[in-house]
Each structure stands twice: as structure tokens, then as C-alpha cells.
Ligand binder design. Structure first.
Ligand code: PBG
Length: 343
């Protein structure tokens, strides 16, 4: 084999001449200097923990597609909320798996003040008053077809859904929810919810808008968790955003803020860091990402196979949200990462 020896250009410049002595590796040379110049940090105060609740007692049902995540009966959900508060996690977000017999065409069980979500709110508020509770007013866990809205003649009807979601939001607030987070993407929901909360004396209840929720394949494991996977017919493209669009996401956020949203959320998370950055730069509002079930499961699955270091991938993905401009992240990793940050 011929060996090729590249010729040095005549009068080759030294690296110091090339860089003008600006060597960017200087500040990366040691752990102490890297820590000193680190621009973004992940802390326990950045975490919101989504949990799944079910009726019954002493139930801790594994979710196959989400290793380490369980459906919890309320007694255990309260214990987990206590653990979260001790770890310093500021808030939890609850999602129900409702028995099939209680699901119908309009998701009417969402209006029952005694449904599992409202009972969870009351139980957790009573036992752990220091933790924030975020509830979703979307209909999907309550409908027999798994859609977030009322389905009539194959169409998700906007205005009737807004009425239902708005009534649900007021009931959730009266159960003690601190933040209403409607995830259904119906037009006008934020303004309608704000008006109704105020009319019922819930001026202090905030709204976190799932302003930019994309039609996404990454929700798969969540649908197993809440039991909508087998029910859902078709897709959610008539209400969730097209994942090809970015200007439209900005318009959605702009509109939700005009209607009274206190906080914005981008969902899913990691594939949409560009959207997070745009919203933060454009509106300078409290901005959150939902690192959704599929993102969690991908990291867990690859780690379980020994293909990646799960802890490092978890921390890197969460810090990426901070770098993109997030004030906080909804993540199923919350207790795990909080324990790690504490230790
Ligand atoms: C629906 C809803 C979804 C998630 C939470 N609420 C998406 C869907 O089922 O279409 C996804 C959360 C996750 O994947 O972790 N309102």
C-alpha cells in the first residue's frame, strides 16, 4: 500500500496564528472550569411530574410501554405526591385511566365532581398542600372514542367541546386544582376557561396552555396508560398541529396568550426544541415542555438494551429543554432525576 504523506503548505500557519490565540478549549480543560462557565442548569424546581391515577385501593399497575411508570390508586398517588414534595418537586400533573363503562360519546364523566381526577385532587391537596396540582381538562380519557372532543358525524365539534371542557375546568378548580392545563387544542378554549374560572371566583387558578400540541407518534405509550389506544379511530390532525409547522405554532401561542393563558407549553418536547426557542424569544412568557411518553420510553428501552447510558441520556435531554428556553419540564423522569440531583 502506498503511503500518502500530505504536504504542509509553504509557510504553514501555526494553530495560534489560525485562531488568533483564541482557543475555545481553554475553558473546557477541567471540571472546575466547565462548571464555572456552564450556561444552563437543571434543578429540581424545573420539574413537573405527570402521574396516572385509577380507582381502587393499593393498586400499582405497571404500564408495559413505560418501564418504571405505574397507574396508581388514590391512596398510593397520595404517597407518591408526598414523596415528590419531599424531593422538592414543585408540581404534579394527574391523568386518569377511567373504567370503560364510564366512557361515552361526549366524555360526560369529566363533569362528575366525584370522578377519579377530582377525588385525586382533593386527596392530594388535603395530604400534601404544598405541592401544586395541574389537571388536564381534555376529554380523551372520558370518551368512548379516545378523541379530545365531542365527536358528531365523524367531526370533532369545536364549540360544544369548549363548553364541556370549560365546565370541567371549573369543577377541577373547585376540587382544588391550582393550574388548569387544557390539552385539547379547540379554538377559544383558553378565553372561555378564563371567563368561567373568574365568574366562579377562581381568579387565582392559572391556565397552562398546551398551546402548541403537535399531532405526534410519540404519544403511543400514554395511550396505553390511559386506555385510549384501543379506542381511538383515525387521528387527531383536525385539532392538533401539523408537525411540519412552526409559524402556525407561534400563532396558536399568540392567540392563547391574548385569551389569557399564564403559561405556555410545547408538546412533545425534544423534537420541538426549535418551537420552544421561538416561543420564548417571541413572548418571554413562562414556557414549559412536555417530554412525552414516547420520549421517556425510547430512553428507557435503549438503556435497558445497554445501548445508551440511561441516566446520562435523561439528564442531557432535560438540560436541552433548559438550553432551548424552558422554565420547566413535564417529565416522567421527575422523581428519578430529583433524587439524583439531591444526591
Ligand atoms: C390528550 C393527551 C395526550 C397526552 C396527554 N394528554 C396525547 C394524546 O393521547 O393524543 C400525551 C402525553 C404523553 O404522551 O406523555 N389530551
Amino acid at each position: 500500500m502506498n503511503k500518502f504523506t500530505p504536504a504542509k503548505p509553504a509557510g504553514a500557519r501555526s494553530v495560534d496564528e489560525i485562531t488568533g490565540s483564541r482557543r475555545l478549549r481553554r475553558m473546557r480543560k477541567a471540571d472546575w472550569s466547565r462548571r464555572l462557565v456552564q450556561e444552563n442548569r437543571l434543578g429540581v424546581d424545573d420539574l413537573i411530574w405527570p402521574i396516572f391515577v385509577v380507582d381502587g385501593k393499593n393498586i400499582r399497575e405497571p404500564i408495559a410501554a413505560m418501564p418504571g411508570v405505574f397507574r396508581l390508586s388514590l391512596d398510593l398517588a397520595v404517597k407518591e405526591a408526598e414523596r415528590a414534595a419531599k424531593l422538592g418537586i414543585p408540581a404534579i400533573a394527574t391523568f386518569p385511566n377511567v373504567e370503560l363503562g364510564l366512557r361515552d360519546q361526549t366524555g360526560s364523566h369529566i363533569l362528575d365532581p366525584e370522578n377519579v381526577i377530582n377525588r385525586a385532587t382533593r386527596a392530594i391537596k388535603h395530604a400534601v398542600p404544598e405541592i401544586g396540582i395541574i389537571t388536564d381538562a381534555a376529554l380523551d380519557p372520558f370518551t368512548s372514542h379516545g378523541h379530545d372532543g365531542i365527536l358528531r358525524d365523524g367531526i370533532i365539534v369545536n364549540d360544544q367541546t369548549v363548553e364541556q371542557v370549560t365546565a370541567a375546568a371549573v369543577i377541577q378548580a373547585s376540587a382544588g386544582a391550582d393550574i388548569i392545563a387544557p390539552s385539547d387544542m379547540m379554538d377559544g378554549r383558553i378565553g372561555a376557561i378564563r371567563d368561567a374560572l373568574d365568574a366562579n371566583g377562581f381568579q387565582d387558578v392559572a391556565i397552562m396552555s398546551y398551546a402548541t400540541k403537535f399531532a405526534s407518534a410519540f404519544y403511543g405509550p400514554y395511550r396505553e396508560a390511559v386506555g385510549t389506544a384501543g379506542l381511538l379511530k383515525g387521528d387527531k390532525k383536525t385539532y392538533y398541529l401539523d408537525h411540519a409547522n412552526s409559524d402556525e405554532a407561534v400563532r396558536e401561542a399568540e392567540q392563547d396568550l391574548a385569551e389569557g393563558a399564564d403559561m405556555l407549553m410545547v408538546k412533545p418536547g425534544l423534537p420541538y426544541l426549535d418551537i420552544i426557542r421561538r416561543l420564548k424569544d417571541e413572548f418571554r412568557m413562562p414556557t414549559f415542555a412536555y417530554q412525552v411518553s414516547g420520549e421517556y420510553s425510547m430512553i428507557k428501552a435503549a438503556a435497558a438494551n445497554g445501548w445508551i447510558d440511561g441516566d446520562k441520556a435523561m439528564l442531557e435531554s432535560l438540560l436541552a429543554f433548559k438550553r432551548a428556553g424552558c422554565d420547566g419540564i413535564l417529565t416522567y423522569f421527575a422523581p428519578e432525576v430529583a433524587a439524583m440531583l439531591k444526591g
